[in-house]
Design a binder for this molecule. Structure first.
Ligand SMILES: NC(=O)c1ccc[n+]([C@@H]2O[C@H](COP(=O)([O-])OP(=O)(O)OC[C@H]3O[C@@H](n4cnc5c(N)ncnc54)[C@H](O)[C@@H]3O)[C@@H](O)[C@H]2O)c1
Length: 254
C-alpha cells in the first residue's frame, strides 16, 4: 500500500463533507496511521465518531490562530508518534461579511483574520513540526482558483489563498533541504461547511458543470486521490507546486 508505515497528521476535518475527511479516508485505505486535529472544543463530539470510523490513533484540539495551541499540539504529537511523515493543512476562515459584496469594503480586522488563519497558519505549523518531519516528508495545503483570478464574493479569501500559495513556494525551499516536500492542491468547488459561507456559492457549482472540460464538479475522492499522490513517494520529485483538481476549469479561456 502506498502509505504503509506513514504517519499522517490532518488539520481540518469538521464533518464527513470536509475535504480533509475525503483525504483521511483515502490515506487510511492506503495504510497510513492517522491523527486528526480539530479547531475547538464544540467540534470534539463530531470528530470522535469520525476518528473511530477511520481508526485514528488520536485526536488533538488546535486553533491554528494560536501559537500556544500549535505548540501544545506539537508536544502531543511528539509524545504519541515522535515523527510526522505527512501534514495536511485543510483549514480556512474568513468572517462571513468578508465573503460577500465589494472587496474594497474588507475591514482591517477581517483581512487580518483571513490571512492569519488561512495562510500564516501553514507557516506556523511547518515551523512547529519541522523537527518532527521525517526525511521524504510531505506537507500539503488546500487552495482555490480565486487566489489568482477574481471570483465574485471570494474577496478576502482570494487574497489569503494567494498568500497561502506563495507561502507554499517559500516553505518548499526551507524544508527542501531536509527532503520535505510542500505543495498545494487547488480544488474545484465542493459543497462543504466552509463553502456555505461564500455568498452565491451554488452558482459556481453550476458554472463548472457547464464550462469545465470534464463537465462535472469534483468529488472528495478526486481530491483524496491527488492528496494520496502528494503524500506518497509517487510525488518524490514534486515540491512548491500547485496541483489543480478542478475538472480542468483553470485552463479555460473564452
Ligand atoms: N469547498 C471548496 O469549494 C473548496 C475549494 C478549494 C479549496 N478549499 C479549501 O479546502 C480547505 C478545507 O475546507 P472545506 O471546504 O473542506 O470546508 P470545511 O468547513 O469542512 O473545513 C474547514 C476547516 O477549517 C477549520 N478551521 C477554521 N478555523 C480554524 C482555526 N482557527 N483553527 C483550526 N481549524 C480551523 C474548520 O474547523 C474546518 O474543519 C480550506 O482551506 C478551503 O479553503 C475548499
Amino acid at each position: 500500500m502506498l502509505l504503509s508505515g506513514k504517519k499522517a497528521l490532518i488539520f481540518g476535518v469538521v464533518n464527513k463533507r470536509s475535504i480533509a475527511y475525503g483525504i483521511a479516508k483515502l490515506f487510511k485505505e492506503n495504510g497510513a496511521s492517522l491523527a486528526l486535529s480539530y479547531a475547538a472544543d464544540p467540534i470534539k463530539k463530531r470528530i470522535e465518531p469520525i476518528a473511530e470510523e477511520l481508526g485514528a490513533d488520536f485526536i488533538v484540539q488546535c486553533n491554528v490562530g494560536s501559537d500556544e495551541e500549535i505548540a501544545s499540539t506539537a508536544a502531543t504529537v511528539k509524545e504519541h508518534w515522535g515523527v510526522v511523515d505527512v501534514l495536511v493543512h485543510s483549514v480556512a476562515y474568513a468572517n462571513r461579511e468578508d465573503l460577500q459584496g465589494r472587496f474594497i469594503d474588507t475591514s482591517r480586522e477581517g483581512f487580518a483574520v483571513a490571512l492569519d488563519v488561512s495562510a500564516f497558519s501553514l507557516v506556523a505549523l511547518c515551523r512547529a513540526f519541522e523537527p518532527m518531519f521525517s526525511d521524504n516528508g510531505s506537507v500539503m495545503a488546500m487552495s482555490y482558483y480565486g487566489s489568482g483570478r477574481v471570483v465574485a464574493n471570494y474577496n478576502a479569501m482570494g487574497v489569503a489563498k494567494a498568500a497561502l500559495e506563495s507561502s507554499v513556494r517559500y516553505l518548499a525551499v526551507d524544508l527542501g533541504e531536509k527532503g520535505v516536500r510542500v505543495n498545494a492542491i487547488s480544488a474545484g468547488p465542493v459543497k462543504t461547511m466552509a463553502a456555505s459561507a461564500i455568498s452565491g456559492f451554488h452558482t459556481i457549482l453550476s458554472h463548472i458543470e457547464e464550462r469545465a472540460p470534464l463537465k462535472r464538479n469534483i468529488s472528495l475522492e478526486d481530491v483524496g486521490k491527488c492528496a494520496l499522490y502528494l503524500a506518497s513517494d509517487l510525488s518524490s520529485g514534486t515540491t512548491g507546486d500547485i496541483v489543480f483538481v478542478d475538472s480542468g476549469y483553470n485552463i479555460m479561456g473564452l
